[in-house]
Design a protein around this ligand. Structure first.
Ligand SMILES: [Zn+2]
Length: 456
């Protein structure tokens, strides 16, 4: 979609300015400066703005409009560290254009997403300067890349009674064939560590005739947790799962890409039992899973060492479905270990903050968004009930009651968190055009109606 060239040039300049601020939340660098720049952009675009301190970086809020419908836009201005810098083709904090792409740290994640929406907003306002007939709250945080440690608390204190209809999530995807993907949900996360110690120090392995071995114990404990089909064997694990709505099921009946493509791209070739070309997409969307992230202990050096190690550690993560609470799952895991004789294995919860969510894809705004994405990108949009990955979306979905709507320009070769992060200029333009159309369509279709019933 063509947008006016001066508007595209201004958006590219905004993006270059933001990329030039190395707002790396891991190091706490440049966050205040970047928050100021984001606030200035929102203010310039007609928003009432504020900043609030976070644990690490400030929150920026922009508000405008009034009406029975509330749209929340969520973005973040912090980025991942740029290291190793020498592997980048061009310096990471200078936006550079090559072969129809814009490169730089944050070009996609999430500064490019933010800027494309803001440019779309400007385009919309140039054609519709009248008061906005819905409420728009734009929240831009600076701690996303370190797990949003203060987001939930901030939303609760700054917006204690706010209800919202739609939450336009910080990103959306574009697949390798140029089809926009609307994400309607995310999985939750539980990350834990299992520690086992059986002696004061490593022992001569001859004593394995009488003493148990911590790595054996951990191996047995871990193997009791899952079967070869990936089904998790902890009692009660599946009890609280919210079953997919019929429409969400329907959306996954045919996968939008063949399993072979994913296998070719990743080199992954050992499928779980029961996963095949017809079922894999449903699994990615709806099934929880348990990963062994790392198994450590004992001797791993060259050659042999006949030793009986005294300790070992295993790190696990669960991707959880909506309805499963990570804290509850950790309790069930503890009970499982105790039950089968592993009471001595210490369970440490590393992350139990992110709950899975899945919104109703039949929400009117989602249908409008899908049609407009098709118009902008020239390809039918894919509505995906849930990402296979996770995002801290539950404060927006549970507390605000908003329907999640993840549409954006993060293409599948965007190299997020890696070197040569990039967006495709044509898709940047498409997203600006889409954003403008979407703001306008919401004004026309939902701005004057009473809000849709909130959903989970
Ligand atoms: Zn990121």
């Amino acid at each position: 979609m063509r947008v006016p060239s001066d508007l595209l040039a201004a958006a590219t300049k905004d993006l270059a300015d933001l990329v030039s601020i190395p707002s790396v939340s891991t190091r706490g660098d440049g966050l205040g400066a970047c928050a100021d720049a984001v606030e200035a952009l929102l203010q310039d675009a007609g928003f009432r703005t504020e900043q609030h301190p976070g644990d690490v970086g400030p929150f920026v809020v922009g508000e405008t409009g009034e009406g029975p419908f509330t749209l929340i836009i969520y973005n973040h201005y912090d980025v991942q560290p740029e290291e190793p810098v020498d592997l980048w083709t061009d310096p990471p904090f200078v936006l550079s254009e090559r072969d129809g792409r814009l490169y730089g740290r944050g070009a996609a994640d999430d500064k490019g997403e933010f800027v494309s929406r803001l440019a779309g907003w400007r385009l919309f306002r140039s054609k519709h300067p009248e008061p906005l007939p819905y409420k728009l709250i734009w929240i831009v945080e600076g701690e996303e890349e370190i797990g949003s440690p203060s987001l939930t608390r901030f939303l609760k204190t700054r917006f204690p009674d706010t209800k919202a209809d739609l939450c336009w999530w910080e990103y959306g995807e574009v697949d390798r064939t140029g089809r926009p993907i609307i994400l309607m949900g995310f999985k939750g996360v539980l990350a834990v560590e299992l520690d086992c110690r059986t002696a004061r120090a490593d022992l001569h392995s001859s004593l394995g005739a009488i003493f148990d071995n911590p790595l054996w114990r951990l191996a047995s404990a871990v193997s009791s947790l899952r079967d070869a089909s990936g089904r998790i064997l902890i009692e009660g694990f599946y009890d609280d799962i919210v079953a997919p709505e019929p429409y969400s099921r329907e959306l996954t009946a045919t996968a939008p890409f063949p399993l072979e493509d994913l296998q070719a791209e990743t080199g992954g070739h050992r499928l779980l039992n029961g996963v095949d070309a017809t079922t894999f997409y449903g699994h990615l969307n709806f099934e929880p899973c348990l990963n062994v992230n790392g198994f450590h202990g004992g001797f791993g050096g060259e050659g042999a060492k006949t030793v009986l190690p005294c300790s070992g550690v295993v790190k696990l993560d669960f991707r959880l479905a909506p309805g499963q609470h990570p804290v509850r799952i950790a309790q069930l895991l503890r009970a499982h270990l105790d039950e089968i004789g592993f009471g001595d294995i210490e369970l440490r919860v590393l992350d139990a903050e992110v709950l899975g969510v899945r919104s109703d894809p039949s929400h009117v705004a989602v249908g409008i968004g899908a049609a407009l994405l098709e118009k902008s990108f020239g390809r039918p949009a894919i509505i995906q009930p849930s990402s296979a990955a996770s995002g801290l979306a539950h404060p927006f979905v549970h507390a605000f009651g908003a329907t999640l709507f993840g549409a954006g320009l993060t293409h599948h070769g965007a190299m997020l968190h890696s070197l040569d992060e990039n967006i495709i200029v044509e898709q940047f333009e498409n997203m600006i055009g889409f954003s403008s159309d979407f703001f306008a369509a919401l004004a026309e279709n939902v701005g004057k109606q009473s809000p849709e019933a909130p959903n989970d």
